[in-house]
Design a protein around this ligand. Structure first.
Ligand SMILES: C[S@@+](CC[C@H](N)C(=O)[O-])C[C@H]1O[C@@H](n2cnc3c(N)ncnc32)[C@H](O)[C@@H]1O
Length: 293
């Protein structure tokens, strides 16, 4: 885990690896020693896994595997070695003042989604910017100054709006989590810092204000890529509904927390809004959600 505050460092991101899949995914280490149990020889790792499974816990050998940000997989994470990806991810970390949120697969997907968005007409928009980790990675990867489009970056830059949390979200601790993150300095409120981060991209348009109210005051036309990441159902749904008619054919919508652990209220609200528009969200194992219009 990173050692500094950031709103992506969620205490609820820890994953309980509880599944019989432990046997399937765990590899046996060559130095594993054997023990005699009930007269039978049992490898130590097998014994530990068997005991753990009784308690609903899975033990995985994560060496050489992708295991961060609530996602463990034995599948290939080749993109992490790509120099272009490393440079873009590094620019994101730089936006976060060197604090690495350790969510490379999410950024990988965001870069893919943003590139796909380039095939549609219109501007790029991010609702929920904070330090600008994901948006900076995108602009670095896409060489934003060569693209000739605007990237609207919308945020209160005072943190979440606590009064926007529904009763259910409050009951489930979402508002408390947000307040605690705010108190811990996880949300960037220094506008000079925000402006300095995006200064290298003249077409990055910073808009300070609360969604939904601020949206009517913007002059955003057609949209090709929309990233929604506010950790609260009300503004996320409002942003989705506001921009839906403005999305060009082929435009990409990426929800940062659609299926993320503990964010069920956002998913249910977004699902209802999407269904009402004949759309369906692709749920991604990173916790993100994706729509291509
Ligand atoms: C998880 S952070 C965004 C992280 C960012 N996408 C990144 O790449 O690091 C959530 C952000 O949403 C903003 N936010 C929450 N509610 C908002 C609202 N109603 N209007 C505008 N911004 C909001 C917060 O201020 C916070 O900066």
């Amino acid at each position: 885990m990173p050692d500094g505050p950031d709103c992506h460092m969620r205490s609820d991101a820890l994953v309980r690896l509880g599944s019989a899949d432990a046997e399937r995914f765990g590899t046996t280490h060559p130095n594993d020693s054997s023990m005699m149990i009930n007269g039978q020889s049992m490898r130590l790792t097998t014994l530990i896994k068997t005991v753990a499974a009784r308690f609903g816990l899975g033990i995985f050998d994560v060496r050489g595997r992708y295991a961060q940000d609530g996602l463990f997989t034995v599948h290939g994470d080749h993109f992490r070695a790509d120099p272009g990806f490393r440079a873009a991810y590094g620019r994101g970390v730089q936006a976060g003042h060197g604090v690495d949120p350790a969510f490379e697969w999410r950024v990988h997907i965001a870069l893919w989604a943003a590139r796909a968005g380039l095939r549609a007409d219109g501007e790029f928009v991010e609702c929920g910017v904070n330090a600008g980790i994901v948006s900076s990675a995108i602009m670095a990867a896409l060489r934003w100054n060569m693209v000739g489009r605007r990237f609207y970056l919308i945020d209160t830059f005072t943190g979440p709006v606590i009064t926007q949390y529904s009763q259910d979200e409050v009951r489930d601790g979402r508002a408390t989590l947000a307040s605690q993150a705010l108190d811990a300095g996880a949300y960037v409120t220094d506008m000079d810092r925000v402006r300095a981060n995006f200064a290298e991209w003249p077409n990055a348009i910073i808009i300070q204000g609360s969604i939904p109210e601020v949206l009517e005051k913007t002059d955003i036309g057609m949209v090709a890529f929309l990233h929604i990441d506010m950790n609260c159902a009300l503004p996320e749904r409002a942003a989705f509904e506001f921009f839906w008619e403005r999305l060009s054919p082929g435009a990409v919508v990426l929800f940062d927390d659609y299926a993320y652990y503990g964010h069920d209220h956002q998913r249910k609200s977004i699902d209802a809004a999407a269904r009402a528009r004949g759309a369906e969200v692709l749920s991604l194992p990173t916790g993100q959600g994706l729509i291509i219009k």
